[in-house]
Ligand binder design. Structure first.
Ligand SMILES: Cc1cc2nc3c(=O)[nH]c(=O)nc-3n(C[C@H](O)[C@H](O)[C@H](O)COP(=O)(O)OP(=O)(O)OC[C@H]3O[C@@H](n4cnc5c(N)ncnc54)[C@H](O)[C@@H]3O)c2cc1C
Length: 578
């Protein structure tokens, strides 16, 4: 699939996470270039961090495998035909002629991650029975991709995530808060005290990842997630003659009698998460040229071998990026240095080096220092409900794009521990920061990576490093995902002012209405819409609420008014299955 945007990972289906097989090799399968002097990680040394794994290992969950046992169409091989692929709007006869079995369900969500979860949670609470919902997904649990991405980017279960109790994806009411829950579980007032004195005398309180996952599991069981889950890869969604949509699912090998299954539905929700992993162009070029997925890694892929290697001998790591993932990676490198007495040298390259408070005007300012821009949460808090939210809802076109630019920019929370570690690194001369642009990455004569960097003062320098960790992002273009590209090519989906999928204020994908049928979308592919924080738990919940309200207006579910809200919260509090 071609893309006008350079530097993306060659994953033809698009998507990020454990649901995909097309990622780079992991562990021992990573190929070392012939010139390399580095040993691959010793098997016995794998996974020695973190020690405190007090959370249960992930169980396996049975998906609801309702593939038709017998396909009843006389003709066709049960696969997509050239005619289907070329036709924008499908008739029932066209699908039948291809021999693809059809399953009717009023509502389906594609993805099965956090965005799908919160949407289904709202609908179940709004009284929609499990028979009316199907979740088409390539993962087993709604938190699987999120857990994968947080774990590899150095937020294992015992560590704390970035967002607070403004949103609990397992609890649409957000009450009681994570801090109250933690205080009760730990029988300690520490979390409550932190909430009381934050952020002046303590960092912002945020929950441990493990607690978030445990709560998601509890709520998933309560709403009977696995009764609605159907495993497989969604290939495309097309409009149907007469209204509604066909969604084509490719079930796992051998799970069904035909290669494809069609779901015929009135409503579709697209919650496929990140369209793809994006690498900096020079890093992607290095990996492709040398077929080296070992020394140049993305923070969003498994790169435990880097930390394992550094325990075996001193080494230098070049960290790229200035966001929260760079902070996490630095913390891991620095924790290991302290814990195992390592001699790791860290070079941190910022493209934009922030020296102090910055911003367009007095109302749009962020603190900053030592390269980083600081912000507690992913977005200014006012996007969730204040004036900024109201203003954004009215902006169109270039004005909206400019507003996103003004509030955007890479940032990380200011945390006491990180500041102390970086100060120690600067004093000890083992943490070095640079401002500059990397122009190329090559293999040096000693087999190490050599980054050619144009520094802020115009000087060109070569930086040798044993490993480069790219912490710059998950920002692949929406067309990188095959399903989204298909929606753009065949179903009238366009781009919003910042280049992602154009959604209405109700999160309906603009241009896709078909009779009474509607397609909704939420999450990262819709960033740039009327509501800014879409790729966060709270943003996903706001989208889910808008979608549930829209579906209530259309008569698909009940409105969650005060009476239903109270009675459903009581059920939630008692963990009563619905
Ligand atoms: C490292 C990291 C930390 C984050 N921390 C926070 C935080 O602290 N607080 C916060 O509010 N937000 C956070 N976010 C942002 C966001 O809330 C999460 O990424 C969240 O998981 C997004 O949910 P989603 O449903 O959009 O995507 P996902 O949870 O990734 O789910 C999408 C799923 O769709 C599946 N899929 C894609 N294509 C197909 C297909 N064709 N067929 C079938 N399945 C498909 C994918 O495999 C994936 O599992 C973080 C993000 C990252 C990357």
């Amino acid at each position: 699939m071609s893309s006008p945007y350079p530097g993306q990972t060659p994953n033809h289906g698009g998507g990020v996470g454990p649901g995909y097989a097309a990622g780079p090799p992991s562990g021992d399968a990573r190929r070392l270039p012939p010139t390399s002097v580095f040993p691959s990680s010793a098997p016995g040394q794998q996974q020695s961090y973190p020690a405190q794994q007090s959370y249960p290992a992930q169980q396996s969950y049975p998906a609801q495998q309702s593939y038709p046992a017998q396909q009843s169409y006389p003709a066709g091989g049960g696969d997509l035909t050239p005619q289907l692929i070329e036709t924008d709007i499908w008739s029932d006869q066209l699908v039948a002629a291809a021999g693809i079995p059809v399953i009717d369900v009023p509502f389906l969500t594609i993805g099965g991650g956090i965005g799908s979860f919160v949407t289904v949670d709202y609908l179940r609470i709004a009284g929609v029975p499990t028979e009316s919902i199907r979740i088409l997904s390539n993962i087993d649990t709604p938190w699987q991709t999120y857990e994968y991405l947080t774990r590899v980017s150095q937020i294992p279960r015992p560590e704390r995530i970035r967002s607070d109790s403004a949103s609990r994806p397992d609890n649409i009411w957000g009450f009681p808060s994570y801090a109250v829950e933690e205080a009760m579980k730990d029988k300690s007032l520490k979390a409550l005290w932190q909430v009381l004195v934050e952020p002046m005398f303590a960092d912002f309180y945020t929950p441990r990842a493990g607690m978030v996952f445990e709560n998601l599991e509890r709520e998933a069981k309560r709403i009977r997630w696995w009764d609605m889950l159907v495993k497989g890869q969604v290939r495309m969604v097309r409009r149907r003659h007469g209204g509604g949509y066909y969604t084509i699912l490719t079930p796992p090998d051998g799970a069904a009698q035909t290669k494809r299954i069609a779901y015929r539905s009135q409503y579709v929700h697209v919650g496929i998460g990140y369209p793809g992993l994006k690498f900096l162009p020079e890093l992607q070029e290095f990996r492709t040229k040398h077929q080296d997925f070992h020394h140049v890694v993305n923070a969003y892929e498994d790169h435990e071998h880097v930390y394992t290697f550094l325990k075996s001998r001193p080494g230098t790591v070049l960290v790229r990026g200035g966001g929260i993932v760079a902070s996490r990676v630095l913390q891991r490198l620095m924790d290991d240095r302290e814990k195992f007495g390592l001699q790791t040298q860290i070079v941190h390259l910022f493209r934009t080096y922030v020296r102090g408070p910055h911003g367009k005007n007095a109302w749009l300012r962020r603190p900053g220092s030592n390269g980083f821009a600081y912000q507690g949460f992913n977005y200014p808090k006012s996007v969730w409900g204040g004036q900024l939210k109201a203003r954004m809802r009215k902006l169109e076109g270039a004005e909206r794009a400019q507003a996103y630019k003004d509030m955007g920019g890479t940032n990380t929370p200011w945390r006491r521990r990180w500041q102390a570690q970086m100060n120690a690194g600067r004093q000890g001369n083992w943490y070095h920061t640079l401002e500059g642009t990397a122009e190329a990455v090559n293999l040096g004569p000693d087999g190490r990576t050599l980054s050619r960097v144009k520094l802020g003062n115009g000087q060109i320098t070569d930086i040798p490093a044993d490993f480069i960790i790219d912490c710059t992002g998950l920002e692949a273009d929406v067309r990188e995902h095959r399903l989204l590209a298909d929606l753009m090519d065949h179903s009238g989906v366009g781009r919003n002012p910042v280049g992602r999928l154009d959604v209405e204020r109700t999160f309906e994908l603009r241009g896709t209405a078909n009779g009474e049928g509607r397609i909704y979308a939420s999450g990262s592919p819709t960033l740039g819409g009327y509501f800014p924080g879409v790729d966060t738990f709270l943003g996903l919940q706001v989208a889910a609420q808008e979608i549930a309200d829209d579906l209530a207006r259309r008569g698909f579910c009940k409105r969650i008014g005060p009476g239903r809200s109270v009675s459903q919260w009581l059920k939630w509090a008692r963990n009563q299955q619905i």
